[in-house]
Design a protein around this ligand. Sequence first.
Ligand code: ADQ
Length: 502
Amino acid sequence: MSETAPDSADGNVDSNVATGTGDNSFVVVANRLPVDMIIESDGTKSWQESPGGLVSALSPVLEKHQGCWVGWPGVTDEAPEPFRTERGVLLHPVELTQHDFEEFYEGFSNATLWPLYHNLIVTPEFNRSWWDAYRDVNLRFATDVATVAAPGATVWVQDYQLQLVPGILRQLRPDLTIGFFLHIPFPPPEIYRQLPWRNEMLRGLLDADLIGFHLASNLRNFVELCRGYDMEVSGEIKVREAGITITLPNGHSLGVGVFPISIDTSAIAATLAADTHHESHGELEQMHHNMGSPSTVFLGVDRLDYTKGILQRLLAFEELLDSGALDPKEVALVQLATPSRERIDSYRTTRSNVEEAVGRINGRFSQIGRPVVHYQHRSVTKDVLMRYYRLADVMLVTPFRDGMNLVAKEFVATRADSSGALVLSEFAGAADELTQAHLCNPFDIEDIKKAMLQATWGLKNNPEAMKERMSAMYNQVMEHDVDLWANAFLGALGVLEQKHSV
Ligand code: ADQ
């Protein structure tokens, strides 16, 4: 298919906004700030870390570069003043009204784009009023960035909620260097083309100087889409470099590259060291004892999202108990599920299906005081999360589709001793790098069961081979941390050496 090149970016831009009054030479703009405002019933306000992979990955980058983070504070109709965190990051809140939250965030971002980009695991909804809200809110984010960014600053735009921001910013502030990173998969062109506003969305992105994806397959989809618009594409796919150049009919050219995101390995090492220092071994043993001292602990850690395949892994576990392949007196499964997008129907259904399965499995196989599934529908602190990772024998990461999946890498990073095993969906981006995991097809419950049994059997009967697998993954994660990701992206954007060297 060949389409006319999309027109110039969003026409609603007020050029008077282009003041360039800020003094921030490095600005990250993301839908959410790294902290959410919490308002108690008595009106008291406080802040707590906001959930999700983007925050986990970007917080250390911003701290290192002492940058400014523009984003929504997590509550509607509130516009707190900008403030600096203890670690030196300037937070610049953007106000969203309840209407914006419902139509821009829950609607267009999470009921249109999220399912569309995750290969239609649920059906995307196309709603014109949501699209209007998406454009309005993108304009607001871009306008705020335009006022905080210093002349010639670098702006790094994050993720699918803000795809129009590069185009609007280019008009408001042609002096800026603009990067864009997509944290979720980019779908095949035939799926992307379902989007009624596909031209405007694509055009918004193409005004960036550099676009980064997690995987070569995401990049290939994007480049194929651009070729359909008769754009000039040159170069070849490279990892951690802008290997491909796309040139638009108006002469603007941009780089496109593969930049697999990772985790802050040094922060994890520091948490583990501190925990060991405080004799958490006693606590770990206590946690294990409280669970009835199972010989194998399976662990799942996810936002409660239908893409993550939580129900499927529970069903696989249930069938293994049912068939006697796993003994309920010997095993336990811990599932930590962070609440996410709770008012969207598909998320409510997912939660209710997961909780029904947890109840049924416990009803069938638990003994009094000794559940076989331990389920928590809440976030835990990073220290506690690390303890769960350490407690696990077999980590279960079984998404139907996932941009990368940082949980898999976090688990591996706790395994300096090469213990344990990772069951990993072949449709998680992390599977491209963690090739020594027990890979499975999450659409096939038999395959999940097979991977769970291979991991359990291997730990008991072939520990040396299992250690080799884990050690290879551990080295991979240690050598490719979040610093490498950020430095590679900013280096490819051509700004690292001049302005932001660490
Ligand atoms: P997410 O879909 O949020 O991220 P993921 O990459 O796994 O998925 O990150 C989740 C983060 O939340 C992890 O850092 C994990 O530690 C934390 N977390 C999860 N459950 C938790 C709990 N119960 N308590 C505390 N913390 C919890 C999106 C994309 C991913 C991509 C990232 C980064 O969907 O594919 O890897 O962005 O680009």
